[in-house]
Ligand binder design. Structure first.
Ligand SMILES: CSC[C@H]1O[C@H](OP(=O)(O)O)[C@H](O)[C@@H]1O
Ligand code: ADE
Length: 344
């Protein structure tokens, strides 16, 4: 079992092993010497950083993994960080991945979503906390406020690969609640504990995930408001759908950076500098928020939630509808990599 998690460079294509090793990159220190590129034990918790969060400062870097998956390489190498458990005092490994790459080189439609989620599952991750910079669609959600969304409307355009199940491997998974209630309760408690200390938290919200990379028209922004939209981004999907397929609990923490363009009049429409300025100004709060969440998630009492035991095995049945003889061997092999033992 342990062998499965001894992740090396180029896991899926061993012949690339030496070339990928030489391109080794760590977060936030590129080409840092002496950082291991393997990690021997499963890592259960991951943080995905979005716009303005390409690394997590203040953590000890234990390893940097350059994982190759059947869906290619993730958006960035995976940093394995050490976080001291609040219940045992022992360091717990936490994975960090930068959604848009280390230099923000991937636009929302170019993010390596399948490789990201597959790589995280492969190293043992069963809970993901994902960060996102969002536009606010409601007056009371002010720039720099945090929102824990509980619903999503999909306004992506179907151009992003959005499922692991294809090529003669048919699978269907429930997505009525796109975020995990057990994890979101913990995240909300942590956010509220920081309130009054520069942090404002909105406990729920309808997240509109649009295609981008252009921002919305004013008509679209107003339409989303009539739908009851709270916030808007370009990154929640297919990330959240793929996490569900991969039996991983997923919760996004959104930070408002602008009022999109619905206010009109004298109000400045969203632009990138505005987003980045708010992200930068509130980076310390985002870091404190993630620190508080990791403090809680690494407690022994949350182990069952963090391991997503309630999702374990769901794809064994939901993803095995197709008779063996109708499966395309390549598609079957990919899923066997993702779910060892499920589709043998
Ligand atoms: C730079 S503004 C648009 C960009 O910001 C958000 O990124 P992320 O969700 O990764 O924080 C939004 O989804 C867009 O990708
Ligand atoms: N207004 C907006 N629309 C879409 N994604 C965003 N990310 C930050 N602000 C945004």
């Amino acid at each position: 079992m342990l062998q499965l998690f001894r992740v090396r460079a180029s896991v899926f294509k061993p012949r690339n092993f030496s070339s990928t090793l030489s391109r080794f990159i760590s977060i936030p220190y590129r080409r840092m010497a002496g950082v291991p590129n393997t990690h021997d034990t499963p890592v259960h918790i991951a943080v995905i950083g979005g716009t303005g969060i390409s690394h997590l400062p203040g953590f000890t870097l234990a390893a940097t993994l350059d994982v190759d998956t059947p869906w290619g390489k993730p958006s960035s190498p995976i940093s394995i960080l050490q976080h001291p458990s609040q219940s045992t005092g022992k360091p717990v490994a936490v994975a960090f991945l930068s959604r848009h790459g280390l230099s923000h080189e991937l636009a929302p439609h170019e993010v390596k979503n399948r490789a990201n989620i597959a790589a995280l599952r492969h190293i043992g991750v069963r809970t993901i906390i994902a960060f996102s910079a969002v536009g606010s669609l409601q007056e009371e959600i002010r720039p720099r406020d945090f929102v824990i969304p509980d619903q999503i409307i999909d306004r992506t355009k179907g151009i992003r690969p959005f499922t692991f199940f294809e090529g003669g491997m048919v699978g269907h998974v429930g997505f009525g609640d796109p975020f995990d209630k057990r994890i979101s309760d913990i995240v909300k408690r942590c956010g509220h504990s920081l309130e009054g200390d520069g942090v404002t938290l909105h406990d729920k919200g309808l997240l509109i995930c649009m295609e981008g990379p252009q921002f919305s028209t004013r008509a679209e922004s107003n339409l989303y408001r009539t739908w009851g939209g709270s916030v808007i981004n370009m990154s929640a999907l297919p990330e959240a759908k793929l996490a569900r397929e991969a039996e991983i609990s997923y919760q996004m923490i959104c930070m408002a950076t602008d009022y999109d363009c619905w206010r009109g009049g004298d109000e400045e429409d969203v632009h990138v500098e505005m987003v980045m300025a708010h992200m930068k100004a509130n980076a310390e709060n985002a870091r404190r928020f993630v620190g508080a969440v990791l403090n809680e998630l690494t407690k022994e009492e949350h182990e069952q939630h963090v391991l997503a035991k309630h999702l374990e095995g769901q794809m064994r049945f939901a993803g095995a509808m197709t008779k063996k003889e109708a499966r395309e061997p390549v598609a079957e092999k990919k899923l066997q990599w993702l779910f060892p033992g499920y589709f043998d």
